[in-house]
Design a protein around this ligand. Structure first.
Ligand code: PGA
Length: 253
């Protein structure tokens, strides 16, 4: 049986002081995390080293980054590589978030390079895909998601697929308060699992975790997480307050 995963994407929020305070609050609650649930905190990269040290022996809480470069080193001013993130204790990295795609011009090709590099240095990847409202209104969302999957996962070897977590984040739901209904989420997650089945076979498709992201909060998390193909959530806004994030984590139970 697949475990549940709840990941908190803090985006570009909180000073070091504020972030450390929130992280400490979350740690206090560790014992209440439901069995078979894994929590991943994705703070701004500056805070990773300190946080990762605090949970280095934890089996249930891990730390990750929100982005990485596709090369390991070189003249890329301002960038951080997957290898560097790994060296300070990051275990995961989000790649392909819609904000990176739209605000920073990341194409499927760039995203694919980043994923290949990240898994080569043994970083686990949370690979995000999702359609805009226009694409859904035109009824092109299944084709679109399939092409994001095929392009993003190009050349990923079968034996490295265990490093990949998928996150379905409809762009129209991110930070808008407009959540996908459980039926919409389940329909797409099932489609994604079927697409992975066609590309990678039965075993990989049954084992891959597919998270839902987009205005997931304490009021809707339980219903979303009860869907057969929804293996947890990638949480933005609701991960910025201990109380709401803890409530979302508890909804996996
Ligand atoms: P949201 O963000 O929960 O604030 O909609 C989710 C995300 O962007 O990962």
């Amino acid at each position: 049986m697949r475990k549940k995963i709840v990941a908190g994407n803090w985006k570009m929020n909180m000073s070091c002081h504020e972030a450390t305070a929130l992280f400490s609050q979350l740690l206090e609650f560790t014992e209440e995390i439901p069995e078979n649930t894994q929590v991943i905190i994705l703070p701004p990269s500056l805070y990773i080293k300190d946080f990762a040290k605090k949970v280095s022996s934890s089996k249930i809480i891990s730390i990750g980054a929100q982005n990485c470069h596709s090369e390991n080193e070189g003249a890329f001013t301002g960038e951080i590589s997957a290898e560097m993130l790994k060296s300070v204790g990051a275990a995961y990295c989000i790649i392909g978030h819609s904000e990176r795609r739209t605000l920073f011009g990341e194409t499927d090709e760039i995203i694919n390079k980043k994923i290949l590099n990240a898994i080569a240095v043994s970083l686990n990847v949370i690979f995000c895909i999702g359609e805009t409202e226009d694409i859904r209104n035109n009824n092109d969302h299944f084709e679109f998601i399939k092409s994001q999957l095929i392009n993003g996962l190009k050349n990923i070897p079968f034996d490295r697929f265990s490093k990949i977590i998928l996150a379905y984040e409809p762009v129209w739901a991110i930070g808008t308060g407009k959540t996908a209904s459980p039926d919409q989420a389940q329909e797409m997650h099932h489609f994604i699992r079927k697409a992975i089945h066609d590309l990678y076979g039965h075993e990989i498709s049954e084992n891959v975790h597919i998270l839902y992201g987009g205005s997931c909060n304490p009021d809707n998390a339980k219903q979303l997480f009860s869907c057969a193909d929804v293996d947890g959530g990638l949480i933005g806004g609701a991960s910025l307050k201990a109380q709401s994030f803890i409530a979302v984590i508890k909804a996996t139970n």
